[in-house]
Design a protein around this ligand. Sequence first.
Ligand code: ADP
Ligand code: MG
Length: 355
Amino acid sequence: SEVSKPKRIKALDPNVVNKIAAGEIIVAPMHALKELIENSVDAGSTNIEVLVKDGGLKLLQITDNGHGIDREDLPILCERFTTSKLKDFEDLSSIGTYGFRGEALASISHIAHLTVTTKTAGSSCAWRAHYGEGKLAPAKPGQNAAPKATAGRGGTQITVEDLFYNIPSRRRAFRSSSEEYAKILDVVGRYAVHCAGVGFSCRKHGDSGVSISTPSAASTIDRIRQIHGSAVANELVEFEASDQKLGFRASGLATNANYHVKKTTILLFINHRAVESTAVKRAIEQTYSAFLPKGGHPFIYLDLEIEPRRVDVNVHPTKREVNFLNEDEIIEMVCSEVRSKLAQVDSSRTFLTQT
Ligand code: ADP
Ligand code: MG
């Protein structure tokens, strides 16, 4: 009988590779937005405005008042691995900024239409550039792709249109734009609580009002009040923990034993990046189970800073999962602080009712 011949192995077209890689980093509009917010915060912005259309699939626009981008850098802005934040591999272990490998804008440009308008303090005008597949692209076919001078305020506006336009299967997977908008609000809300000194707003295109609006001068408690309501903001206790040997510092706000809801909310930041951690969540829920009625859950904002060389932020392209050394010990120290704060409030209440 005849044996079939193997098919020849061929290299994929680089644009196909880039598109696949981009789709792994940017799974939903919220992931693009998270990268854009982190870039704006890195740029020293004190005000960040987000505008969303169709759950971010039609339009995702973020306007900041940060330091802007030099016109000379615009041609390579969306190439892969171009960054102003990292030079050597050694830098990876001590990186203080959010971004670290220059992949976000490149990725977005491979799966959406991207427009950047930016003005630095030293430039007399703003510059606008369009991008596709990592490169400068003309606004309309046949036009010149070079950045154009335009009027504009200091800072950067990034406009992402028609996300996943060239990945129809992904595009079809989104059923409800309100679901995607809810995820976008969750991301903006997290950074709005965490980023002291930065004002945030988020608006759905066509709506007259804003969904989120926090002034730059707002305190952390006021930020939580704005986004999560007074019921939470009025029942918060502050906690702090640190240890030199373990190389960490933690602070945060957590609801006391008088407050409980059906679902735990954890706003977790590790080195100023919003992340998720099942280990932290489990430990927090365990801690509260001694104080709350069955089925009751807390709200907690936890700002964790860990010596950069102890953190591995490079485990996955999406950077959502962060690993660090001595995870168990650090979590236990944080939870024990929270526990003692909860106990204090608990006993003072008991004391008050007894007298
Ligand atoms: P990374 O953040 O990892 O460097 P990005 O692709 O997210 O990679 O951004 C590439 C570069 O573009 C950044 O290093 C920064 O110099 C510049 N940049 C991106 N967004 C902004 C912004 N909002 N304001 C100023 N510079 C920006
Ligand atoms: Mg970035």
